[in-house]
Design a protein around this ligand. Structure first.
Ligand code: ATP
Ligand code: MG
Length: 570
């Protein structure tokens, strides 16, 4: 046996197959089979390998690396192998061998409410019953994939444990909890192609660089540019049913922040606590390296589990760079030929296998549901040409590039309007048009043009001085500033501003564009640019913090008043 950090080589384990889980040594450390040559196998250990020695026994388990899915996940914190980290009552007690047969693991009891009818025919994805949990998300117990036929027996309303059968379908018994292999996408019926927006409550995203439900997005940003803050805001405010937050190789206290933040906040839609719709998977920087690699797939498997119940789920991974580092460390120990910047040659396919599990689908049970994937990237030294950043961009529909200069000037969220993209913007514009906002796409186009034009004019003004610019252009400079400071900037620490409804976001953008139009008319009427520049823009700039988070009407009222003031200028 050879051991090097998380890499373990064993010999003579009979009948081992690729990706099979194996336990090593007296502590029964969990490892995954990643290569087999003859009777030798290379393993990736998910726990600290200190203490392992030559001659220690390795035992195949016959299982793949799986997470145990069942009621009780919401509001809880797990490690990358889906073992609970919080002290709350839990049926998923850490059990080193990962054996699901141990009764202690599944000891907690749940109330099962049957909803299906015994004697009828059922197929995968059909709802057998529900389990009440503390929050608003109804836990639905489904017929598992591959199980068809007559529902010959269904449990009465009763207290059951995870291991207890609650139904028998064509001779197969169904239990509340089931292991789900994390590296395999859970099956669904078909992919949907229509684009429906995920409302994140963050204006720069919803207005400028939207993401569709079931799409993937990536957030590259240098050190301290606000990646974690932005992901936390999305976790708090986006209108998904379930959030899976994967803290991957980042600081432990940030996970504590997420937990504390969500525990305090109310879910505006349901009146419950936001934490009750959230599953946290934490493999922070101080925890075993390779479990970090698993954590991302564990997270997406949990997301698919809730998707299959018919929910819209968002998976957030902070940071995929730390995950890629785990891949790199293992590949280097294994002596693989390094590709770009020392990453393994399969970095790109590994990233793809994560992002490609995003999707809006028709589930086996026939419901429309989605998994949206959002991953942060921390490029070393802010170098946006490094492999994790460039590879990630190929697999996502939305790119939210964080700009160092914006962050340094405390323009948060520091989403660059020149470096970001949203491939579904046009289709999402059509969705808004069909949902009462026919001018959505046109307003967005105008905003993007205004930002570009005012950036160009600002550079020019640096050289020749803004007073030398034509009056119309001075108005555009001013409009750009209103747009940046009054609409795109968003203060995560202000109760009115942290979340912004789509209606309020649209009203703020309308306000700025209306002010620009009004100023252009004033110029045409002969009012001087200097006079316009002296107007106190405070009411427009402060609207985002002074009007309630969903108070579009207050923004519009403010607009009417401000435009009336403007009209009096001479
Ligand atoms: N929307 C926001 N509103 C107010 N302040 C913000 C906002 N976004 C970021 N900040 C500020 O920027 C700081 C750094 O943000 P954050 O920790 O999210 O960056 P990061 O990119 O995740 O950093 P790291 O590279 O260390 O992971 C925060 O502590 C906060 O002060
Ligand atoms: Mg961070």
């Amino acid at each position: 046996m050879r051991v090097s950090g998380p890499l373990v080589e064993v010999e003579g384990v009979e009948g081992l197959s690729m990706l099979e889980l194996i336990t090593v040594g007296p502590q029964r450390i969990i490892a995954e089979t990643v290569a087999i040559v003859g009777n030798k196998a290379t393993l990736q250990a998910y726990e600290y390998t200190g203490g392992l020695k030559a001659g220690d026994v390795a035992a195949a388990t016959g299982d793949e690396l799986s997470g145990l899915m069942g009621p009780g996940l919401l509001g809880q914190v797990f490690d990358g192998l889906m073992r609970p980290l919080s002290s709350a009552p839990m049926w998923l007690t850490p059990e080193r061998s990962g054996s699901l047969a141990d009764p202690v693991v599944l000891a907690r009891e749940w109330t099962f409410n049957p909803t299906a009818v015994a004697g009828t025919n059922v197929s995968p994805g059909d709802i057998l019953g529900t389990v009440p949990e503390s929050g608003s998300v109804e836990h639905r117990v489904l017929v598992p994939a591959g199980v068809f036929g007559e529902l010959s027996w269904l449990a009465q309303e009763s207290r059951v444990r995870g291991v207890d059968p609650i139904a028998v379908v064509a001779g197969t018994s169904v239990t509340l909890a089931e292991p789900s292999p994390i590296r395999r996408a859970r099956p669904f019926r078909s992919r949907n192609t229509d684009a429906v927006p995920l409302h994140t409550g963050q204006r720069v995203l919803d207005l400028m660089f939207p993401v569709a439900r079931g799409a993937a997005a990536t957030v590259p940003g240098g050190f301290g540019t606000g990646k974690t803050m932005m992901l936390q805001q999305i976790a708090k405010w986006s209108d998904a049913d379930v959030i899976v937050y994967v803290g991957c190789g980042e600081r432990g206290n940030e996970m504590a922040d997420v937990l504390a933040g969500l525990s305090q906040l109310e879910d505006a839609r349901t009146g419950g606590k936001l934490i009750d719709r959230t599953v946290i998977i934490a493999n922070t920087s101080n925890m075993p390296m390779m479990a970090r690699e698993a954590s991302i797939f564990t997270g997406i498997t949990v997301a698919e589990y809730y998707r299959d119940m018919g929910y819209d789920v968002v998976v957030i991974a902070d940071s995929t760079s730390r995950w890629a580092e785990a891949l790199r460390e293992f590949a280097n120990r294994n002596g693989d030929l390094p590709a770009e910047e020392g990453y393994p040659a399969n970095l790109s396919s590994e990233l793809a296998s994560f992002y490609e599990r995003a999707g809006r689908v028709t589930t086996l049970g026939g419901q429309t549901a989605s998994v949206t994937v959002i991953g942060a990237v921390s490029p070393p030294g802010g170098d946006m040409t490094e492999p994790v950043t460039t590879d990630s961009q190929r697999f996502v529909r939305s790119l939210w590039m964080l700009d160092r200069d914006l962050a340094y000037s405390r323009h948060y969220p520091a989403v660059s309007w020149t470096g970001s993209f949203a491939r579904d913007a046009e289709e999402l514009g059509a969705w808004h048009a069909a949902n009462g906002r026919p001018d959505w796409a046109a307003r967005r186009e105008r905003a993007i043009a205004l930002l570009a034009e005012s950036d160009r004019l600002a550079e020019l003004a640096e050289i020749i001085g803004s007073s030398s610019l034509p009056a119309q252009e001075r108005v555009l400079l001013l409009g750009g500033r209103l747009l940046r400071d009054g609409v795109l900037m968003q203060n995560a620490l202000n109760a009115n501003d942290a979340f912004c409804s789509t209606g309020k976001a649209a009203a703020l953008l309308d306000l700025v564009l209306d002010v620009v139009d009004a100023c252009q008319r004033l110029i045409e009427r002969g009012v001087s640019a200097t006079t316009i520049e002296q107007v106190d823009l405070g009411p427009v700039l402060r609207a985002r913090e002074e009007c309630g988070p969903a108070d579009a009407a207050a923004v519009r009222a403010r607009g009417v008043e401000f435009l009336m003031e403007l009209e009096t200028l001479k």
